[in-house]
Design a protein around this ligand. Sequence first.
Ligand SMILES: COc1nc(N)nc2c1ncn2[C@H]1C[C@H](O)[C@@H](COP(=O)(O)OP(=O)(O)OP(=O)(O)O)O1
Length: 209
Amino acid sequence: MTDTSIPPGIDSTLSLQYHASGGNDKSEWAPYTQVKYYTNAFIAYDGKILLGYKKRGFGMGKYNGYGGKVEPGETPLQAAARELQEESGVTATLEHAGSLFFFTAGAEWAFQIEIYRADSYEGTITESDEMRPEWFASGLKKTASHVDDSDLDLPPIPYVKMWETDEIWIPLLLSKQPFAGRADFIKDGDDFKPWKWWYGRVVDGAKES
Ligand SMILES: COc1nc(N)nc2c1ncn2[C@H]1C[C@H](O)[C@@H](COP(=O)(O)OP(=O)(O)OP(=O)(O)O)O1
């Protein structure tokens, strides 16, 4: 399927090139009334990526980037830096990587998530109440001058223990191609299953914050 119609919920000012879509593509996108703003930040360099194992709250038991709600008065970039520091103990210069819109049928609100990445960090990565940090091999080649033997045995990104559509956009984040997308989910017991999704690559510049 190469559906070129961009779903509601995605910033219509972005110039997007179709990347991937799937699921129940004949069904309509679910209507939503409220949107809440979130962030998600990933540190990735030299062939490795830092993920956190979520120990509590929404997404418990999954690996993800570091993030949470944008608080009143914050920009998404400020919220992303704060959440990264609170949950991992480190600071980093974040660059915007993409924008995602997620909705689960019957939920009170849709998630608008600004995704960030960093090539380096300062401080000591620390386990918090919310996240247990773990490095994974990103699959991208290391630069010769930075090869660290201790990284050679890192496990691959654990997509089976992540939100199901992450596998579509994490490679875009790693290769620094700006992206935007929407995924609708349905609740399946305690889990969420993707119902319908659409992702595009930003071809005409990305948001700065
Ligand atoms: C497909 O859906 C999702 N995929 C991915 N990769 N990440 C998602 C998805 N839906 C939500 N998220 C992210 C967005 C945030 O980074 C967290 C949820 O934030 P949380 O509920 O932990 O927010 P906090 O402000 O930290 O909450 P507390 O009140 O617990 O501090 O998941």
